[in-house]
Design a protein around this ligand. Structure first.
Ligand code: ZN
Length: 342
């Protein structure tokens, strides 16, 4: 099959497009003919090297959508030709973490395109229990930009931060995949959304998704002051963080006492300093979050099928242009998500 892969870690230049061995499914696995695969910052981190063992040559791509091409001998409930989406997180399904909808705490938790070969190729193999049927409500490229970002945003907001209707949330990065998913989920949960972005154009698109207030972080780097200005002196109940170093201090300063800061990433850098007095006096919660449970993904897919929330696809690239797509990820000159189609 044709695919995009790397033999050593490094920048976009290590990506190659060419022949790879055809994968075949094990007894409880499914071979998916890939139609589209979403891009994520995780793809760049995996390519650059995370210090963990991954199969080499490595195929990235966590968000796989396509059709069933072949079934392992023990697989039931799926047929060749079914339209499917692969749940990006794979877990054992039987341990106490899996039984309590905490899949990403499973000792055997693996991510598609990270510990497993991913979807930047014509075919991808996945555990049958993680191959979920989808409708034709959205195009393959649109479906392919949903699972990782909606799952992560749902787990952060609903499970970790225990978001309640009527609360106010600061969502960073309206133009990012995760930010555009979070804005939509917050509105679905009945919350007020303040969001940040680096341009007026992105803020206008965020408004169209339902954001109540937009702050341009380039013209307002001390954005917490702007948060309190638009909220008439109040702060937010929850901050949805994935930026890290560049935003951390102002994010904490944006919260009212009792606020919860939930975070899933550090795209601007992982090292922060904090005045601990500020944390205990204001009784803040700081909540780490990683991926989510398949049951949570299924809740998101129901909302997508119903059109309550929608995929935010900026551009779909042909598979052979995966390198150009990954270079564009870094440039951030797009709204929502990028995908490749096969
Ligand atoms: Zn488990």
């Amino acid at each position: 099959m044709q695919g995009v892969f790397f033999r050593t870690h490094g920048g976009p230049e290590v990506l190659e497009y060419g022949d790879l061995p055809d994968p075949s499914p094990g007894p409880d696995e499914v071979l998916v003919k890939v139609a589209a695969c979403g891009l994520n910052h995780l793809d760049l981190w995996v390519r650059q090297g995370l210090g963990i063992d991954i199969p080499m040559p490595h195929i990235g791509g966590c968000e796989v959508v396509g059709t069933v091409a072949a079934l392992g001998a023990q697989v039931a409930g799926l047929s060749v030709g079914d339209r499917v989406l692969v749940s990006p997180g794979h877990s054992c399904g039987t341990c106490s973490a899996c039984q309590t909808r905490n899949d990403s705490a499973c000792a055997e938790y693996r991510v598609h395109g990270l510990q497993l070969q991913g979807g930047f190729a014509e075919y991808s193999v996945a555990p049958a229990c993680d191959v979920l049927r989808i409708s034709d409500r959205w195009s393959p490229a649109e479906w392919a930009v949903t699972p990782l970002v909606f799952l992560t945003a749902w787990h952060m907001l609903k499970t970790r931060a225990r978001l309640q209707a009527g609360e106010t949330v600061l969502v960073h990065g309206a133009g990012s995949g995760i930010g555009s998913a979070a804005i939509q989920l917050c509105k679905h949960f009945g919350c007020t959304v303040v969001t940040t972005a680096g341009s007026q154009e992105k803020l206008e698109k965020a408004r169209a998704l339902g954001a109540d207030y937009g702050i341009n972080y380039r013209t307002h780097p001390a954005f917490h002051k702007e948060v309190r200005r638009v909220l008439a002196g109040r702060g937010v109940d929850v901050v949805f963080e994935h930026i890290g170093q560049a935003t951390w201090t102002s994010s904490l300063a944006s919260m009212d006492p009792g606020g919860r800061l939930v975070f899933c990433g550090t795209t601007s850098g992982p090292t922060v300093t904090m005045d601990l007095r500020f944390l205990f006096v204001r009784q803040f919660d700081i909540l780490g979050s990683y991926m989510g449970a398949k049951a949570e993904l299924q809740e998101c897919l129901k909302l997508l099928e119903a059109g309550v929330v929608r995929p935010i696809l900026d551009t779909a690239y042909p598979l052979r242009e995966t390198r150009a797509a990954q270079e564009r990820m870094r440039a951030r000159n797009f709204f929502g998500k990028l995908a490749v189609t096969v």
